[in-house]
Ligand binder design. Structure first.
Ligand code: GLA
Length: 710
């Protein structure tokens, strides 16, 4: 062992060929409601810190780190994410002494620890001695160690070692006073096509379909002679000569998400069995394609997210807001953690433009505005060796006397000034629907166009709300939507009958639904629904369609009834649908000159159903038209901004978000923006200055306004 780890008294290695499998313990009776972040934030305020990897440094550096953390206002560090090889240098050996010291030191400095199970990166001995633990890609290539994430979610050997180290870690530290929460693994997203994974996939399929006949029917295996005669014939979607069965792909996506989830739960349950109180989490990755976070959300005590917006991306701020709204919504509105972000540059893009300290501060405050009670980074101290040497850190290679670190210290001060928002929630009149299965299904191979991107549509429909200070929750089509004045569904390609029934009932009883193109196309098995689309909802929407039409050169639009929102020369871009009215009215139609005989056909249809209202958008509208249509819809539904004012016709120029009693004004642009506040006097928590009437939000700056009591 290197003395950098501080390890000096290894326990004699037992070095078994393979460890005895500790069972996953029964979880003791759970407290009625498990702790979220509340216990920690009530004591410490907003949490502030990052990943801390002391095993990369000698002991004297740890002492310096603690002092600098204290000076910066850091009150939480995530320790041990990648420390498996230091904790278990050879199979069965345990080296906890160095971690004892780190935790004692953190506690002595008043810094709470989010202690990680080190299971994201198995040591080389595992891959070397047990190659079956390594993942296999779709080409049948077994991936090597020497990196990280080199495990197969279905490997029983990996799982057994992971359970053992987790059990020992928890047994040793569950009562350590520094440990205030638990962090399982890191960024789950591994995919494996090995034989062992194939067997696990078959078990999952048996559970889902019971019989081979059921599977053959669901996968539509009469097509291309794909009928399976025995379970053993079924394999993951490995590299094949041509297009792969779409239901096989969809089920493999579902299986992979479930396999990773069971991995998380296995370790979580080991922790909960010993420590039933402190929160357990793992870090999500926004709209990550390989894991259905809705299905996982209830498994975590606190939702946590890793976010690495590109400083070069002009749409980074609205995209981040959308992701943060998802994180808050996954936790049912409870405070969540920004578990990782970069202080400045990352090192994994091809060109890593640094993030200015002002932008880093603004992005952090944005997360707080959207419900985060923890602002953390990857990582505290920049690594000198290894693959992330050029990744920024809270303490850069050049030390504390740097612009980057001064930005870190300043943010610590800002977060302390925001004590009023701790634990606060927000409310939204609008829900935006998003469903992972539908996303997976919609983006399968061999569809009418790959220019219809689910996430791009989601962003396009979210943007008008973001521009106007309108709060929004993310939800699934099957959720209880009755509390919302408006539900926006940019794309629901896969819509099951229960969810369609839920939407119908929501509208019938007075709700308002706007649905985007290429929706209600397939069943949960990915089979096309026969009939005029959107099949289950055509009568609700007052329109039905018969053909999806990818466009070569766009198609002109004309105003229909109540169509003044549409600019005169609007053109549909890549995708149109051939619709006809079924009781609804056309807000926009295709104009003369539209290809495919579309001229005169409806493109956007409004309708009343029951006591509710609907809009169906049968085309990929240009962003300006989406903006204008949704603004009109928001106004019709009486939706208000964060200031309680009617939705303005044009964008505000700043992001406006209300959390509890605090209104955040966030200026992501390079110029100052003036905002009208109304007559009441508000105090900016960040500067303690009072404002009334109008306020100027400087470029790349934010205000956190709370109304002054008279
Ligand atoms: C992810 C990981 C971290 C680190 C960062 C780098 O978020 O969880 O360990 O690799 O990326 O940006």
């Amino acid at each position: 062992m290197s003395d950098q780890t501080g390890h000096d008294s290894p326990v004699a290695p037992a070095a078994p060929a393979m460890p005895a499998a500790p069972a996953v313990p029964a979880v003791p009776a759970q407290p009625a409601e498990r702790q979220g972040l509340g216990a920690l934030t009530q004591e410490l305020g907003l949490l502030y810190g990052g990943d801390y990897n002391p095993e990369q440094w000698p002991r004297q550096t740890w002492v310096e780190d603690m002092a600098l953390m204290q000076a910066a206002g850091v009150n939480l560090v995530t320790v041990g994410v990648f420390s498996w090889a230091q904790l278990e240098p050879s199979p069965g050996e345990r080296c906890f002494d160095w971690l004892d010291e780190v935790l004692d030191l953190a506690h002595a400095h008043g810094i709470a620890v989010d202690l990680a199970t080190p299971t994201a990166s198995p040591p080389p001995w595992m891959g070397h001695r047990f190659p079956e633990t390594l993942p296999v890609d779709a080409d049948g290539v077994r991936l090597a160690y020497g990196s990280r994430n080199q495990f197969s979610p279905s490997s029983q050997v990996y799982r057994t070692f992971a359970r053992q180290i987790t059990a020992d870690l928890v047994a040793r530290y569950a009562s350590h006073p520094a440990v205030r929460m638990w962090h399982v693994g890191n960024e789950y997203g591994q995919v494996c096509h090995s034989e062992e994974s194939a067997a696990a996939f078959r078990d999952w399929l048996r559970e889902r379909y019971t019989s081979l006949d059921g599977l053959n029917a669901a996968w539509g295996t009469t097509f291309w002679s794909q009928r399976y005669d025995a379970w053993e014939e079924i394999i993951p979607p490995r590299r094949a000569p041509y297009l792969i069965n779409p239901t096989q792909l969809l089920d493999f996506a579902r299986f992979t998400s479930d396999a990773l989830r069971s991995l998380f739960r296995e370790q979580r349950d080991i922790i909960r069995a010993v420590d039933p109180v402190r929160p357990v989490t793992t870090n999500f990755m926004g709209f990550f394609p390989l894991v259905d976070y809705w299905s996982w959300a209830g498994d975590l005590d606190v939702i946590a997210d890793d976010a690495y917006p590109d400083p070069q991306d002009h749409a980074a701020a609205p995209t981040a807001a959308l992701t943060q709204d998802l994180m808050r919504s996954l936790g049912g509105g409870a405070p969540w953690m920004l578990m990782e972000q970069a202080v400045s540059a990352v090192n994994w893009r091809s060109h890593n433009v640094p993030k200015a300290p002002a932008r880093m501060r603004l992005e952090s405050l944005q997360a707080v505005a959207h419900g985060a009670d923890a602002i953390c980074f990857f990582q505290w101290r920049a690594s000198r060796a290894g693959a992330e040497r050029f990744h920024s850190a809270m303490l850069p290679h050049a030390g504390a006397d740097t612009a980057v670190h001064r930005g870190v210290v300043r943010l610590g001060t800002d977060l302390r000034a925001l004590a009023d928002v701790v634990g606060q929630r927000s409310s939204a009149q609008v829900a935006l629907l998003f469903d992972w299965s539908s996303w997976w299904a919609a983006e399968a191979q061999a569809r009418p166009t790959d220019r219809l991107s689910v996430l791009a549509q989601l962003r396009a429909w979210h943007r008008p709300l973001w521009d106007r200070g309108v709060a929004v929750d993310l939800a699934r089509p099957g959720d209880d939507l009755s509390g919302y004045d408006l539900v926006l569904a940019p794309n629901l390609y896969l819509l099951d009958d229960d969810d369609a029934g839920n939407l119908r009932e929501y509208v019938r009883s007075g709700g308002a639904l706007a649905l985007g193109p290429f929706s209600a196309v397939v069943t949960p098995d990915g089979h096309l629904r026969p009939g005029r689309f959107p099949v289950q909802l055509a009568d609700v929407l007052g329109t039905s369609g018969e053909e999806w039409i990818p466009l070569a050169d766009g198609a002109p639009l004309a105003r229909g009834r109540d169509g003044t929102w549409l600019a005169e020369d609007s053109q549909v871009r890549d995708f149109a649908e051939r619709l006809r009215l079924e009781g609804g009215y056309a807000l926009a139609t295709f104009a003369a000159g539209a290809p495919h005989d579309l001229a005169g056909a409806p493109a956007v249809v409004g309708h009343g159903y029951g006591s509710g209202q609907t809009w169906y958008v049968g085309a990929l509208l240009p962003d300006a038209a989406t903006d204008a249509l949704l603004t009109q819809v928001l106004r019709e539904r009486g939706v208000r901004t964060a200031l309680g004012t009617p939705v303005p016709a044009t964008p505000l120029g700043v992001e406006m978000v209300r959390r509890g009693a605090v209104t955040f004004l966030l200026n992501h642009s390079d110029s100052p923006v003036t905002v009208a506040l109304g007559d009441a006097t508000s105090t900016d928590l960040l500067t303690q200055r009072d404002h009334s009437g109008t306020v100027v939000v400087p470029a790349l700056d934010a205000l956190a306004l709370t109304e002054r009591s008279p």
